[in-house]
Design a protein around this ligand. Structure first.
Ligand code: UD1
Length: 417
């Protein structure tokens, strides 16, 4: 079992290029199968979740080759419509293959993605939406068996919550459906725009992405394209957090500052100076951090739940009392218990966390509880007194490309043992 051993009292400074976005790369890899020839995805991050998606593609009959930061997918021989249970379990978000496989083959069988580290993650909206499009779904023995007796048909679908995954699955199924689809109360995340742009480059007809209603006119077939995955806004926020908690300064490169519009003001409120310019952000955090007014996680363009743990780590060392309300996932404060082992003062009551800033955090043996919670522990460890050992780092490897290498380039002292 690997661990990260992190020396504390470091200062983050320098320049860093931000990797491609995991949450965009995964649906894009699933989307490649809708085209009959294949596609090339550039800026595709080297992550265990991306490898898991490539293993699913290979199982389905595609050829999937990595060349540097590009993944080349040849979809000409796609034949299988089933995703085995062990591949589904490896990556809960593989549910996004459902819409794509149905769109291409008209049949799909995959296991039900059970509970995950963020609490129960239901897929009722995915299922009811696909049913409205003419898909028959049988749930038996933990498997979803989906078929299309007549045709996949466009539908007007209203989501009760702007779910990212459900919006993606509907888009993936709708691009090759017969007729028009309208997704009301659709997710507006930048990753949805990336998926729409990719599909349109393959010949789809999607408009309205980025707004609350997405319109899709089904086409007969899709081709392939070359596409560059958008930069990872959550990884960018993690680097900003590392600069903030260590009172350092950092220039982030190859990002889209506007994707961070809900996050940047929080760093400013903590006392950091943030300068977005073109595809860069410069953050200077030389002053002691200050507590912030209540932060509430919301669907985009609100404050992202994926940045909640990262900001919580910073607030542990901010002067004063801060409050975070987690509105998206039920069980997303597990990292608080681990931060407490490092000396943090955090109280949790249901979906509310109250963080009382402390002058110092201390190195300890802690465990990554989930992907972003693990990243929060890395940040806390960088600024702690003494050495921290983080176990269960498989969670961190799902979303951060060689985290020790990138952080060590900007002043961290992290070893993987
Ligand atoms: C995606 C992101 C994840 C991010 C989340 C919210 C990927 C691979 N993952 O996850 O990093 O934290 O968006 O921004 O892109 N829900 C239901 N029924 C459904 C679908 C969702 O009740 O059918 C609930 C979920 O349990 C959750 C909320 O809706 O409480 C948001 O989920 P959703 O937006 O679907 O998140 P994911 O697509 O799973």
């Amino acid at each position: 079992m690997q661990r990260l051993v992190i020396e504390g009292d470091t200062k983050i400074s320098g320049e860093i290029k931000v990797q491609g976005a995991k949450n965009s790369a995964l649906p894009l890899l699933a989307a490649t199968i809708l085209g009959k020839t294949g596609s090339v995805l550039h800026n595709c991050p080297m992550l265990s979740d991306v490898f898991a998606a490539c293993r699913i593609l290979s199982y389905l009959g595609c050829k999937c080759v990595r060349e540097g930061d590009s993944v080349i997918v040849d979809t000409a021989n796609l034949t299988h419509f089933e995703v085995p249970d062990e591949l589904m379990r490896e990556m809960r978000s593989s549910i996004v293959f459902l819409g794509a496989i149905l769109g291409r083959l008209g049949r799909c069988r995959l296991s039900f993605p059970g509970g995950c580290e963020l609490g129960p993650r239901p897929i009722d909206m995915h299922i009811s939406s696909l049913k409205q499009m003419g898909v028959i779904i049988k749930e038996e023995h933990g498997f979803l068996d989906c078929s299309i007796p007549k045709e996949l048909k466009g539908a007007a679908i209203s989501l009760s919550f702007p779910s990212v995954g459900a919006t993606e699955n509907i888009m993936l199924a709708a691009v090759l459906a017969n007729g028009d689809t309208e997704i009301r109360n659709a997710a507006r995340e930048p990753e949805i725009m990336d998926l729409a742009d990719f599909l349109n480059a393959c010949g789809a007809k999607i408009s309205g992405q980025g707004g609350s209603t997405i319109y899709i006119t089904g086409v007969k077939e899709l081709g392939g394209c070359e596409y560059s995955v958008m930069p990872d806004r959550i990884v960018a926020a993690t680097y900003m957090g590392a600069a903030a908690i260590t009172n350092g300064e950092l220039s982030l490169q190859q990002i889209r500052p506007r994707d961070l519009d809900a996050v940047t003001p929080i760093f400013e409120e903590m006392g950091c100076s943030v300068y977005p310019y073109a595809d860069r952000i410069f953050i200077n955090a030389k002053r002691p951090l200050k507590a912030v007014k209540t932060i509430r996680t919301m669907p985009y363009p609100g404050f992202p739940t994926d940045v909640q743990a990262i900001i919580m780590a910073c607030l542990c060392k901010a002067r004063g009392t801060s409050v975070i309300v987690e509105n998206i996932f039920e069980n997303r404060f597990k990292h608080a218990g681990e931060l407490r082992r490092m000396g943090a003062d955090i109280k949790i009551e249901s979906k509310v966390a109250v963080i009382e800033g402390v002058p110092k955090l201390y190195g300890a043996q802690v465990q990554a509880t989930d992907l972003r919670g693990g990243a929060a522990l890395v940040l806390a460890a960088l600024s702690a007194e003494g050495v921290t050992s983080i176990s269960e780092i498989k969670h961190i490897d799902r979303g951060y490309e060689f985290i020790e290498n990138s952080f060590n380039k900007i002043g961290a002292k992290i070893k993987r043992v």
